[in-house]
Ligand binder design. Structure first.
Ligand code: FAD
Ligand code: 2HG
Ligand code: ZN
Length: 475
């Protein structure tokens, strides 16, 4: 016989203590809504375990009573993956209290951390050990390493260091039956059967709860040079990228593109972050070079590549940050574009991945198609051009119309944009995952065979569909 809600709550309190079982409606509220405020669900409680053993005991109690589990880290995800749905009995398990460094091995260049550690704290722990942890994204002050791994987060340094997946060497995972899978090994080579670690990375909590991870560290670069570059069109941005790839090779650590409409939105909501370049420019690109030799070497590299770009016409203007504060401002500009969008109201998000060479034609085709069909539509188009990852976000003609436009046009606009993505053999989720937002598109995008394999894995590990039901794969 299953326990009723009150009996379950008493059971959870026994495992983690009364204060860590959140049930009061006001306290529970933040756990039930996503960052974009597009999804809302319900839960018996939000549970805040303090260690892996407690997570395991909670999961065992849930499994015995067929209670669904929604793992949550910083709750900054873009696809509603950390938000419970509105049917069935479920709990949110927040990993936020599990935020400790377990070990640092500077000779092995690794750090072992608990899954609830905030990304920025991990970067700081690496710096304190005179090492560098490269994963970086706008939400780094609140997202967690468990969330980063579960979404296989990308961010702004992928072109040099890879996605979260490439930065992880080992995991500790609480399985859907409560067993603890320990593969916290800091090994760069380990060919002993199936790679279980990679199964949980990017699974968005649908196969188990990540409780700890071994992450790679790197030597700290001695110099970073950042520049903001105006380009006349998207083809020129790709040409500029190729010039930097040829000239700077592995020293190119950031290449982020922002369209004129993104910059206009930024200027409107964050006037202090208006671009220092005279504009408007069709696109502005943030370029970062990191160097292990010297400040002078990095500076010379930046200047010589920019000189060539300005001469060739693929760049029309450029400003090299002359100090750390200015470099920070350039990064703040880029990282505030999604915040300006959120201030403006809901937008129809497309986090797409394409061959870099196809990005200019993709933008041109989609812009023409959408502007003809929806006069006045705003295309807030920016992203990680160096990775072929575009945030092609669509908003109604004015701020006042965003909500109505979002509600009435999301489905048809997504269908149009995704059809173009498919034509170019791209992906409908580059870095944000599937969550609940893209579940309906998965079969069409990945195909029946791939979806069948995913369903078989899910069923084998989680036969009662208790881990984050309705996320990634339809229930
Ligand atoms: P949550 O939102 O809490 O959860 C995300 C998913 O992971 C959910 O499915 C959840 O169930 C699951 N999950 C969380 N923790 C665990 C765990 N321990 N075990 C198992 N499953 C778990 N993303 C990028 O990739 N690149 C960017 O540049 C980027 N920029 C952003 C900028 C802003 C301003 C914002 C708000 C978001 C941005 N994101 C970006 C999206 C988001 O920050 C990332 O997806 C991040 O990795 C989510 O981490 P989180 O801890 O907030 O996870
Ligand atoms: C970014 O690159 C994030 O800034 C957010 O991935 C993108 O809000 C978005 O669409
Ligand atoms: Zn992004």
């Amino acid at each position: 016989m299953s326990l009723n809600d009150q009996e379950l709550i008493a059971g959870f309190e026994k495992i983690i203590g009364k204060t860590q079982v959140i049930t009061a409606p006001d306290d529970l509220e933040p756990y039930l809504v996503d960052w974009r405020k597009r999804y809302r669900g319900q839960a018996i409680a939000a549970l805040r375990p303090g260690n892996t053993q407690e997570v395991s005991e909670i999961v065992k109690l849930c499994a015995a009573n067929l209670i669904a589990i929604v793992p949550q880290g910083g709750n900054t995800g873009m696809c509603g993956g950390a938000t419970p749905n509105s049917t069935g009995r479920q709990v949110v398990i927040s990993l936020n209290r599990m935020n400790q460094v377990r070990a640092i091995d500077t000779s092995n260049q690794t750090i072992t951390v608990e899954a609830g550690m905030i990304l920025q704290s991990l970067q700081e722990a690496a710096t304190a050990a005179d090492r560098y942890f490269p994963l970086s994204l706008g939400a780094e002050g609140s997202c967690t390493i468990g969330g980063n791994l579960s979404t296989n987060a990308g961010g702004t340094s992928v072109l040099r260091y890879g996605n979260a997946r490439e930065l992880c060497l080992g995991l500790e995972v609480v399985m859907p039956n409560g067993e603890i899978l320990n593969s916290l090994r800091g090994l760069r080579k380990d060919n002993t059967g199936y790679d279980l670690r990679d199964l949980f990375i990017g699974a968005e909590g649908s196969l188990g709860l990540i409780t700890a991870a071994v992450m790679k560290l790197f030597p700290r670069p001695v110099a970073n040079w950042t520049a903001l570059v105006a380009v006349p069109h998207a083809d020129a941005a790709v040409e500029l990228l190729n010039r930097f790839q040829a000239g700077a090779s592995a020293q190119l650590t950031g290449f982020e593109m922002m369209s004129d409409e993104s910059l206009a939105l930024l200027k409107h909501y964050y006037p202090a972050l208006a671009s220092p370049l005279s504009g408007p420019n069709a696109y502005e690109v943030l370029v970062e070079i990191s160097d292990y030799e010297s400040e002078e070497h990095a500076m010379q590299l930046m200047e010589s590549i920019l000189e060539g770009a300005l001469e060739s016409g693929c760049a029309s203007d450029a400003a090299i940050a002359s100090n750390l504060a200015q470099a920070r401002k350039f990064w703040d500009m880029r990282e505030h574009v999604p915040l300006a969008q959120a201030d403006d109201g809901p937008n129809i998000k497309h986090d797409v991945s394409l061959p870099i060479s196809a990005i200019p034609s993709f933008i041109a085709t989609c812009n023409d198609m959408l502007r003809a069909k929806y006069p006045g539509v705003r295309v807030i188009n920016y992203g990680h051009l160096g990775d072929g990852n575009l945030h092609y976000n669509i908003a109604g003609p004015s701020s006042a119309q965003t909500e109505e436009f979002f509600t009435s046009k999301s489905k048809e606009i997504q269908a149009l944009v995704y059809a173009e993505v498919e034509k170019l053999n791209g992906s409908i989720s580059a870095e944000h995952g599937v969550g609940q937002q893209k579940v309906a598109y998965l079969k069409g995008h990945r195909g029946e065979v791939a979806l069948g394999v995913m369903q078989a894995i899910k069923h084998a590990l989680d036969p009662h569909n208790l881990m984050n039901p309705g996320k990634v794969i339809a229930s």
